[in-house]
Design a protein around this ligand. Structure first.
Ligand SMILES: Cc1cc2nc3c(=O)[nH]c(=O)nc-3n(C[C@H](O)[C@H](O)[C@H](O)COP(=O)(O)O)c2cc1C
Length: 257
């Protein structure tokens, strides 16, 4: 089939998913357009993706699920049987039902999901897990797979739907209790409020966080220029300990087509 355009669509609060998606899309000659689902102000309903556009759609795994705002935003996009490669980035624990949930959501939006990837990235909360990933080997493997998918799409007339791991009803996820707060040294610059994917930080009082709205994605912690946004240290230690056993072994990326 003929592909006229490449679009990278991703929700990536701390940049791990974005890295994986960009690596997978590197092999296309034309520079891809990017739709950054992390931006809370964009009207995603204005995007209509044509059938001759190849998309790479990436989300992180939060509790083995697609983060709710990413799901809502993808559902607003309209696609015209556009071939898609779906991706989940996860912090070396597991991605459980994330790919299946993403596949079903993308299918409803009109994409034909023909390949999928789960890739290990640094865990954005407990950063001692998945540290440094995607590393050189991961990047080589992902770039190779991007090429394989590209060749297959260009050669084939009809695309088949990929099968991925996961089961429905999806794993229950009700969030984590780690909500970042600004400590002493906050200059109220407002960057965290502007960058928050769910507008959980008031622009005029950015020391506060609306705990109900916050999805604990850690973006505010990462972007804070003063490095004064943090989560509760005791809870963070407990979370690290809980994950120690399951995260001990280096997980492999999984490539589906
Ligand atoms: C709220 C939250 C929940 C997470 N849940 C999981 C999980 O269930 N399994 C896992 O392996 N990693 C989990 N992670 C780690 C992320 O999937 C991983 O760090 C990912 O790279 C984050 O994507 P980003 O860098 O694009 O923001 C979680 C991270 C956050 C913030």
């Amino acid at each position: 089939m003929k592909i006229e355009k490449i679009v990278l669509i991703y929700f990536s609060p701390t940049g791990g998913t974005q890295k994986v998606v960009r690596t997978l899309g590197k092999c296309w000659e034309s520079k891809p357009q990017e739709i950054d689902l992390t931006d809370s102000k964009t009207e995603y309903g204005r995007y209509h993706v044509s059938g001759d556009t190849f998309c790479i759609i990436g989300v992180p795994s939060f509790g083995g699920r697609v983060p709710a705002p990413a799901l809502e935003r993808i559902a607003k996009i309209r696609a015209d049987k556009s071939p898609a490669l779906i991706v989940t980035a996860y912090g070396n624990r597991d991605y459980d039902d994330t790919l299946l949930e993403l596949k079903e959501c993308a299918g409803k939006a009109g994409f034909c999901v023909t390949a999928a990837v789960s890739a290990v990235t640094e865990h954005s909360i407990t950063r001692q897990y998945g540290t440094g990933r995607p590393d050189k080997n991961d990047r080589r493997q992902l770039a190779e797979f991007g090429k394989t998918v590209r060749e297959r799409i260009l050669k084939s007339e009809d695309l088949t739907e990929v099968r991925v791991k996961g089961s429905s009803p999806y794993r229950k996820y009700s969030g984590v209790p780690l909500k970042p707060k600004a400590g002493r040294g906050c200059t109220q610059c407002g960057l965290c409020a502007r960058k928050c994917p769910v507008s959980a930080i008031p622009v005029d009082n950015c020391r506060k966080t609306d705990r109900k709205t916050c999805i604990s994605c850690m973006r505010c912690v990462q972007v804070c220029p003063q490095k004064v946004r943090t989560v509760n240290g005791v809870l963070l230690k407990i979370a690290g300990r809980k994950l120690r056993k399951v995260c001990r072994i280096r997980k492999q990326n999984e490539l589906y087509q």
